[in-house]
Design a protein around this ligand. Structure first.
Ligand SMILES: Cc1cc2nc3c(=O)[nH]c(=O)nc-3n(C[C@H](O)[C@H](O)[C@H](O)COP(=O)(O)OP(=O)(O)OC[C@H]3O[C@@H](n4cnc5c(N)ncnc54)[C@H](O)[C@@H]3O)c2cc1C
Length: 418
C-alpha cells in the first residue's frame, strides 16, 4: 500500500490496504472477507486509534445521506459536520455544539468523544440518539437511546464495528457572535474561573505560556436571543482584558483568514462555533495535538499545574486552549459523568520531544484524574487509563459480544487494555 497518512502526517497507517466500498453490499463483503479491520474517518486523529494491521475501511466513497426530520437528523457515517451544518440551516435546524473545525466526520468525531466548548454543552456524542453499525460478521446492529448498551455506542473508539449511520438531536437554528479579548491576567482568571467560562455559551482561553502574568486571549461566543444580556464588562475589566483590535488566529502571528468572523458580527451558529472555516486549512497543519480533561472542580488546579511547568512546555508549543465541557452519560467519553475543564495543546511536530514533555505533563495532571482525548497524543496506558472510567468493563463486555474474534482490536486498544 502506498504511504497513507493521517491529516497531520505524523502517522503512516500500518494497514495492508485501504478498502473504499461504494455500496452497503461492498462494505459487508469487505467485512466478511476476514482479518483485522478498522473504519477510517476523515483522518484527523493524531495517534494510531484508527489504524490496523489488516484492512482500513474508508467510507469516503459511500453515499452521504442527510435526512432531516422535525427534531432529528439521520446521517451516513462519513458525512462531515461541515457538510451537515448548511443542510440543517436550510431546514431551520441546528446542532447544540461543534468542535473547533467542521472538517471532521460525524462517526469519527463521535467515536473519540470530540467536543467544543461550553459550560452547559456536552461533547458531540451527547447529541447521538442512535448508532447503526455493521459488526465484523456483517450483521447490522442499531443501538438507540434507552437501550441498556447505548452508553457504549457513540464514544466507541472504533472498536464495535463499522458505523454506517447516526441519528442526532437537532434544535431550532440560532445566531451567534464571537468576540476576542487580549491579555487577561492569570491571577484574575484563576480566581474567577467559573465566571470566566460563563462569559458566553462557548468560551476558550488561549495561551502559548510565554508570559507568566497573562494569557494570550479569551474567545467568547454567545448566542443571540430575545433574552440576551450584554457581556460582563466588569469582569473583563477585572481580568485586564482588552477587546482585540482586529481578527485573531488562536496562534499568535498566524494569518486569521482561516478563522470565522470575530468582532461581534452576528452569524449562523455553524459559522461562529468552530474557530476555523470549512474552506481553509484549520489550525497550522504541521502540528501534533494532546488534550486532557479534569473534573470542573480541579480546573484551576490543573491550569496551575500546567503553569508550573510552562517553561518546559512553551518551547514545543504552538498554543494551549482551555475550554469547558458539560458532563454526558457515555461510558468512555472523556467528560462522562463529570462537568469538565479541558486543557488542549497544539504542539510543534516534534514527536519525540512532545512525548518527553507529555510524560511530565501527564504525571502532573494524573493526581487530578485527567482523562486524555482519545484521538490525540498521550503516553499513559493500561490500568492508568482504564481506572479513569467506571464503565470500562461494561464497554469491554459489549465489545466482546459484538466483536468476539477481536477483528477490530488494534495496537491502540491493546495499549489501553481493551
Ligand atoms: C486541526 C484539528 C482540530 C481539532 N479540534 C478538535 C476539537 O475542537 N475538539 C476535539 O475534541 N477534537 C478536536 N480534534 C480531534 C478530532 O476531532 C478527533 O481526532 C476526531 O476523532 C477526528 O475524526 P475523524 O473523522 O478524522 O476520525 P479518524 O481520525 O479517522 O478516526 C478516529 C476514530 O474513529 C473511528 N471511526 C471513524 N469512522 C468510523 C466509522 N464509520 N465506524 C466506526 N468507527 C469509525 C476510527 O476507527 C478511529 O478509532 C481536532 C483535530 C484536528 C486535526
Amino acid at each position: 500500500m502506498k504511504a497513507e497518512r493521517n491529516w497531520a502526517a505524523n502517522l503512516r497507517y500500518g494497514a495492508e490496504r485501504i478498502a473504499r466500498p461504494r455500496t452497503p453490499d461492498e462494505l459487508r463483503q469487505t467485512l466478511m472477507a476476514g482479518g483485522p479491520v478498522r473504519a477510517l474517518g476523515s483522518r484527523h486523529s493524531f495517534n494510531d486509534i484508527a489504524d490496523t494491521t489488516g484492512t482500513l475501511i474508508s467510507l469516503a466513497d459511500m453515499p452521504r445521506d442527510i435526512d432531516v426530520s422535525a427534531e432529528t437528523v439521520r446521517v451516513s457515517a462519513g458525512v462531515r459536520y461541515g457538510d451537515l451544518a448548511p443542510v440543517l440551516e436550510q431546514h431551520g435546524r441546528a446542532l447544540a455544539n461543534l468542535a473547533s473545525l467542521p472538517h471532521i466526520s460525524v462517526a469519527g468525531a463521535v467515536a473519540t468523544g470530540t467536543h467544543g466548548s461550553g459550560d452547559r454543552v456536552p461533547s458531540l456524542a451527547a447529541a447521538v440518539r442512535s448508532v447503526t453499525l455493521l459488526t465484523a460478521s456483517g450483521d447490522e446492529v442499531t443501538l438507540s437511546r434507552g437501550d441498556v448498551d447505548f452508553g457504549g455506542a457513540s464514544v466507541n473508539l472504533g472498536s464495535l464495528g463499522v458505523v454506517t449511520a447516526l441519528e442526532l438531536d437537532t434544535e431550532p437554528t440560532y445566531r451567534m457572535t464571537q468576540e476576542v479579548f487580549d491579555g487577561p491576567r492569570w491571577d484574575a482568571i484563576l480566581a474567577e474561573l467559573d465566571a470566566v467560562t460563563a462569559l458566553g455559551d462557548s468560551v476558550s482561553i488561549f495561551t502559548a505560556w510565554r508570559d507568566d502574568e497573562s494569557a494570550d486571549a479569551i474567545w467568547v461566543k454567545r448566542r443571540i436571543s430575545s433574552t440576551s444580556v450584554g457581556i460582563d464588562e466588569a469582569l473583563l475589566t477585572g481580568l485586564g482584558a482588552r477587546p482585540a483590535d482586529g481578527p485573531r488566529h488562536p496562534i499568535t502571528g498566524v494569518d486569521p483568514a482561516a478563522c470565522n468572523p470575530q468582532g461581534g458580527e452576528a452569524g449562523a451558529w455553524f459559522e461562529r462555533l468552530p474557530h476555523f472555516r470549512m474552506e481553509h486549512t484549520p489550525s497550522v497543519g504541521a502540528e501534533l495535538q494532546s488534550e486532557f480533561l479534569v473534573a470542573r472542580e480541579h480546573g484551576a488546579a490543573a491550569i496551575a499545574a500546567v503553569r508550573s511547568i510552562a517553561s518546559t512546555i512553551a518551547p514545543l508549543l504552538h498554543v494551549c486552549e482551555i475550554r469547558t465541557v458539560a458532563a454526558d452519560d457515555t461510558w468512555l467519553g472523556p467528560s462522562s459523568g463529570r462537568d469538565s475543564v479541558a486543557l488542549h495543546f497544539t504542539w510543534h511536530p516534534d514527536e519525540p520531544g512532545v512525548r518527553a514533555v507529555l510524560a511530565e505533563l501527564e504525571r502532573a495532571l494524573a493526581p487530578l484524574g485527567a482523562r486524555p482525548h482519545w484521538g490525540k497524543v498521550f503516553v499513559r496506558a493500561g490500568r492508568e487509563i482504564r481506572d479513569l472510567y467506571p464503565r470500562f468493563d461494561d464497554f469491554r463486555a459489549l465489545r466482546d459480544r459484538l466483536d468476539p474474534d477481536g477483528r477490530f482490536r488494534n495496537a491502540f486498544s491493546r495499549r489501553i487494555g481493551l
